[in-house]
Design a protein around this ligand. Structure first.
Ligand SMILES: *[C@@H]1O[C@H](CO)[C@@H](O)[C@H](O)[C@H]1NC(C)=O
Ligand SMILES: *[C@@H]1O[C@H](CO)[C@@H](O)[C@H](O)[C@H]1NC(C)=O
Ligand SMILES: *[C@@H]1O[C@H](CO)[C@@H](O)[C@H](O)[C@H]1NC(C)=O
Ligand SMILES: *[C@@H]1O[C@H](CO)[C@@H](O)[C@H](O)[C@H]1NC(C)=O
Ligand SMILES: *[C@@H]1O[C@H](CO)[C@@H](O)[C@H](O)[C@H]1NC(C)=O
Ligand SMILES: *[C@@H]1O[C@H](CO)[C@@H](O)[C@H](O)[C@H]1NC(C)=O
Ligand SMILES: *[C@@H]1O[C@H](CO)[C@@H](O)[C@H](O)[C@H]1NC(C)=O
Ligand SMILES: *[C@@H]1O[C@H](CO)[C@@H](O)[C@H](O)[C@H]1NC(C)=O
Ligand SMILES: *[C@@H]1O[C@H](CO)[C@@H](O)[C@H](O)[C@H]1NC(C)=O
Ligand SMILES: *[C@@H]1O[C@H](CO)[C@@H](O)[C@H](O)[C@H]1NC(C)=O
Ligand SMILES: *[C@@H]1O[C@H](CO)[C@@H](O)[C@H](O)[C@H]1NC(C)=O
Ligand SMILES: *[C@@H]1O[C@H](CO)[C@@H](O)[C@H](O)[C@H]1NC(C)=O
Ligand SMILES: [Cu+2]
Length: 562
């Protein structure tokens, strides 16, 4: 065969089999389609990608160019976010509806076009409009560059485990009902592991994910929390795991029997299959240390030693385990405090040491008047950052910025809350918020510190905060009110964990640092979908730099319009 034939064949196989063939350009087709799926012994139509729940895994290597053509074949507006992908200068491909793009309308399509730069590990993709991400989600696996080893023992094999939630109702109906009533939305009916809840009471069907392993091997488990509203504990009976990476950044390895993972976070662990044979329970259950109604169903799966060739007829009894109780704050804290950047010569922790913008953001709930909200007695629960409840615009913010369209947003997002008070006290007065589509604007390459402070309005509660377009370093964390004099003395500026989503502890605070080296409009929001819908969100506007490759690229021709 001559070279051009080889090149053509490679190109074709890269288009048809981007997950299997090693390509520098990965071409994916995501068809958003409705599919009837049976869970908990009843069937309902759900919105899926390519008919799969969870959706297909997107494989790429660090440095690859990724093209995903998303075709919307359902009667909902759609957009997809590549959660944690930096999207350097390609904000048009980030995905949050009305922030970086208008939705893909029914019958339309859009090609997400981005390059994976300086990242390797596990991330996730998910729907980023209304509550579609309940069923529209899947894994992103970024392999290291060819020939570059992992900074930990090479696993024999790897497996993806996507944790999620299942509703018997249509999730769009759940959130619409809650927004009408003004009160909290219904919680899910089950948790899932790779789409399956495990053995379920009052349902004869087996809906158990089976993870087949061989004895004496090392597996890399890529664990993703794709649930809408709940942080999860995850545990495997009879096995400890070694944590090696979170949010596609390497960490100093540590061993644990339980991991805690918030929605939007990913955790890679090594599992040594040191047992000889048998079946071991895998369990995922909610962590919630505030008086909030949760789905308390534990999802279960099976770790099954198959002895080489798959023989699933093993009758040995299952080795059981229980996850911590939902209020096990100490176990969660211990895990979170164990996470440190690898900070090796190859993977240094480039923590900003001089800060240009020092921000203090309260995050929490509020209550506003709502004459039509009967269930809420004439008021509705809202959420806010620095007392601003974010109002979604009708035009995407990035477009408004690029084309200089006036009246879509303002750049007066406050650097501090309007009042100083005891944030974590039981606050019952002055709990109204103000509306706004406010951005915080910074020059290219500024260094930013954000202290996120939970409030006690209604109840203190953990908030997994996600930042688009950047990774940040988690330099500090504590309970109660942040003390700007004493707490910075205890910051870890040496090897803080680097990630894209972090839980603000219930009734406490978290401090982050990042460098604004990515021009565009970047969303910051709670990854509990209920809180985001209520307005716990804002955005940063990062200006273009003056140098080459410091500007947002021009918008693609097929960018959806509002
Ligand atoms: C899916 O289920 C609904 C009922 O929930 C039914 O009306 C519809 O025909 C089913 N569609 C398919 C393709 O099976
Ligand atoms: C992807 O974007 C780059 C610029 O960032 C552009 O050169 C290229 O043509 C785009 N590819 C497609 C298929 O749109
Ligand atoms: C939410 O739960 C309530 C009480 O169980 C139920 O009446 C209502 O139908 C549920 N809403 C939806 C959209 O399923
Ligand atoms: C897990 O690690 C703990 C602490 O090191 C140890 O006590 C326990 O025996 C280990 N469990 C297993 C199943 O290896
Ligand atoms: C789970 O929640 C339900 C309803 O909220 C409650 O009745 C039940 O007692 C809870 N179960 C456990 C084990 O906490
Ligand atoms: C967790 O909840 C249980 C049952 O409600 C209670 O007995 C226990 O004291 C709580 N633990 C903590 C640490 O709050
Ligand atoms: C705030 O915005 C919401 C829509 O997001 C609207 O329903 C409400 O009336 C607004 N409140 C005020 C005081 O403007
Ligand atoms: C703030 O409120 C908390 C909870 O009520 C209380 O324990 C604490 O003493 C208060 N702090 C101050 C400075 O008043
Ligand atoms: C908060 O204060 C209100 C009013 O004083 C009281 O009804 C409520 O029980 C308190 N909540 C907590 C958790 O202390
Ligand atoms: C929040 O904003 C509302 C509306 O402007 C105001 O009434 C309230 O005092 C503010 N609350 C705080 C804690 O700043
Ligand atoms: C960004 O700022 C850092 C210092 O914080 C500096 O070392 C670096 O050269 C700057 N990069 C650009 C592209 O301006
Ligand atoms: C879909 O998006 C378009 C463009 O923003 C908007 O006009 C339309 O109302 C949206 N449709 C629904 C059902 O939300
Ligand atoms: Cu939240």
């Amino acid at each position: 065969m001559n070279n051009s034939v080889v090149a053509l064949l490679l190109l074709l196989s890269c288009i048809i089999l981007p997950a299997v063939v090693d390509c520098r350009v990965r071409n994916y087709k995501f068809h958003v389609v409705s599919k009837n799926v049976t869970r908990l012994c009843s069937s309902k139509p759900i919105v899926t990608v390519n008919g799969k729940f969870p959706g297909p895994t997107l494989y790429a290597r660090e440095g690859d160019h990724v093209l995903v053509k998303v075709v919307n074949l359902v009667n909902y507006n759609v957009s997809i976010h590549w959660h944690g992908v930096r999207q350097l200068r390609t904000g048009w491909a980030d995905g949050p509806a009305y922030i970086t793009q208008c939705p893909i309308l029914p019958g339309q399509s859009y090609v997400y076009n981005f390059t994976i730069i300086g990242q390797r590990g596990t991330l996730l993709w998910h729907g980023h409009i209304n509550w579609l991400r309940a069923t529209v989600h899947g894994a992103i696996v970024i392999l290291p560059k060819r020939g570059v080893p992992y900074p930990f023992p090479k696993p024999d094999d790897e497996k993806v485990l996507v944790l999620g939630e299942w509703w018997k109702s249509d999730t769009e109906a759940v959130i619409n009902e809650a927004m009408k009533s003004g009160v909290a939305p219904n919680v899910s009916d089950a948790h899932t592991i790779n789409g399956l809840p495990g053995t379920v009471a009052n349902c004869s069907t087996q809906e158990v994910f089976n993870l087949g392993v061989e004895s004496g091997k090392t597996y890399l488990l890529r664990i993703i929390n794709a649930a809408l509203n709940e942080e999860l504990f995850f545990k495997i009976a009879g096995h400890n795991v070694t944590v090696v990476e979170v949010d596609a950044t390497y960490v100093k390895p540590f061993t644990t029997d339980t991991i805690i993972i918030a929605p939007g976070q990913t955790t890679n662990v090594l599992l040594n299959t040191h047992q000889k044979s048998g079946k071991y329970l895998i369990a995922a259950s909610t962590f919630m240390d505030a008086p909030v109604t949760i789905d308390n169903q534990t999802a279960t799966a099976t770790l099954h030693y198959t002895g080489g060739t798959t023989t699933l007829s093993d009758d040995s009894p299952m080795v059981l385990t229980t996850t911590p109780p939902k209020n096990a704050t100490q176990i969660a804290d211990q895990f979170i405090n164990s996470l440190k950047s690898l900070n090796s010569p190859k993977y240094p922790a480039k923590v900003p040491l001089e800060i240009d913008h020092s921000l203090f953001f309260t995050v929490g709930l509020g209550v506003n008047p709502c004459p039509t909200c009967k269930a809420g007695n004439g008021s509705r629960v809202v959420a806010a950052v620095n007392n601003v409840t974010f109002v979604m615009p009708n035009t995407a913010l990035l477009q408004a910025h690029y084309y200089n369209i006036k009246g879509v947003f303002t750049t007066d997002f406050p650097a501090n809350p309007p009042h100083v008070y005891n944030y974590t006290a039981n606050i019952t007065k002055n709990i109204q918020t103000q509306n706004g589509t406010k951005l915080y604007r910074v020059p290219y390459n500024s260094t930013i510190q954000v202290v996120l402070q939970d409030t006690g309005v209604i109840a203190p509660e953990s908030h997994p905060i996600h930042l688009h377009g950047f990774n940040f370093f988690v330099v500090g964390r504590g309970v109660g009110n942040y003390d700007p004099k004493e707490d910075p003395k205890k910051f870890n500026l040496e090897d803080p964990v680097e990630r894209n989503t972090i839980g603000v502890p219930t009734g406490g605070w978290t401090a982050l640092r990042f460098t604004a080296d990515n021009p565009g409009v970047w969303f910051l929001h709670c990854h509990f979908e209920a809180h985001t819908t209520w307005g716990l969100k804002m955005a940063f506007l990062v200006d273009n730099g003056k140098g080459p490759k410091q500007s947002l690229v021009p918008p693609p021709k097929d960018l959806p319009k509002c």
